[in-house]
Unconditional design. Structure first.
Length: 334
């Protein structure tokens, strides 16, 4: 999109990074606005459904390389599981730590190493897995859910979108909502009757009725807690960290990598080659690697990628591809 607009959003995002909750909410809002999850899910569903519905009741490892705030990872973990599929995915979120982050790259605005984004998000969601209230349609609302405000006397807030943070400790029956960019990320308190859940980064398919929420909440807490326990350090450009995933080499049904090159391009514009190398090590026969990123130094160039794959004898082949209208970024399924 427009670079100025993006940098303005990034500035707001960095200001919000004072607490784990700030990290979660600001990242989530940007992802929700971009609609990345909705664009990626159809590709993954097409690629993964045959394997996960092959008739076996199994749990396959899955790895998200450079998971960041874990927005994609949690959404995919919520979708690719039983009973929606016969088999499920057991996710290993990864990211690089402050120790592996070069000091030449400024990181002002962060309150800890990069890996903290990942673990803070998972920890916050795990610790806040209990249902908060039912919205005006009887849908269960959890901390982190995206909502829309309706029926308010104050017209300036009607039809605004936001993210539920918590119950308002100062007013029973009211809940804190962080509003979006149009309201400068302002946090306000609203009654449950003025809040309606909307489809978001977790996917509208994960909406649950309030009277069914207790079992769902316990299940979600187990899911997120398991992801937190399995999260680990992995720096694509430091092969010594790859061994953290050695126990699942050759076992993974899915490896994902989104928006990594736009973050690591200053270190090595050809980081996509390392992504292909580690994906090839992790995947089981028939496994899937999905990459989504900016087109840089060969990534997105079919001939260049095929030459690298063949030259390194990687058993990978592009099966699906889609590109943005302006040709600046691409999604590939290997």
């Amino acid at each position: 999109g427009d670079p100025t607009s993006f940098l303005d959003k990034l500035g707001v995002q960095m200001k919000a990074r004072q607490t784990p909750q700030g990290i979660i909410r600001s990242n989530r809002q940007l992802i929700m606005e971009q609609g990345c999850y909705d664009r990626s899910l159809p590709l993954l569903k097409k690629a993964m459904t045959p394997l996960l519905n092959s008739g076996k009741d199994e749990s396959y490892p899955a790895v998200d390389l450079a998971a960041g705030s874990c927005v994609y990872t949690v959404a995919w973990a919520q979708h690719f599981r039983q009973p929606r599929y016969k088999s499920s995915l057991e996710w290993y979120p990864t990211d690089y730590t402050g120790q592996s982050h070069p000091s030449s790259r400024p990181t002002e605005g962060r309150d800890g190493p990069l890996e903290d984004d990942l673990r803070n998000t998972l920890r916050f969601l795990t610790e806040n897995s209990d249902v908060l209230f039912a919205d005006k349609n009887g849908i269960a609302i959890f901390a982190g859910d995206s909502i829309k405000l309706e029926g308010l006397r104050s017209q300036q807030y009607n039809d605004l979108h936001g993210v539920v943070v918590s119950a308002d400790p100062q007013a029973e029956g009211r809940f804190e909502v962080q509003l979006g960019e149009d309201m400068d990320w302002k946090a306000c308190s609203f009654k449950a009757g003025n809040i309606r859940r909307v489809g978001d980064w977790m996917g509208s398919e994960n909406v649950v009725k309030f009277d069914e929420a207790e079992e769902y909440a316990a299940d979600r807490k187990r899911l997120l807690g398991g992801m937190l326990d399995r999260s680990c350090e992995l720096d694509i450009l430091r092969e010594s960290t790859w061994s953290n995933l050695a126990p699942i080499y050759g076992k993974c049904a899915l490896v994902t990598c989104t928006n990594l090159l736009c973050c690591l391009g200053y270190r090595n514009p050809e980081a996509w080659k390392d992504c292909l190398m580690i994906a090839a090590r992790l995947l089981r026969p028939g496994g899937i690697f999905m990459a989504e990123d900016d087109i840089v130094d060969g990534f997105g160039n079919h001939e260049a990628m095929q030459e690298f794959v063949q030259g390194n004898q990687l058993e990978l082949e592009v099966t699906l591809a889609t590109m943005t209208d302006d040709g600046s970024s691409v999604k590939l399924v290997w």
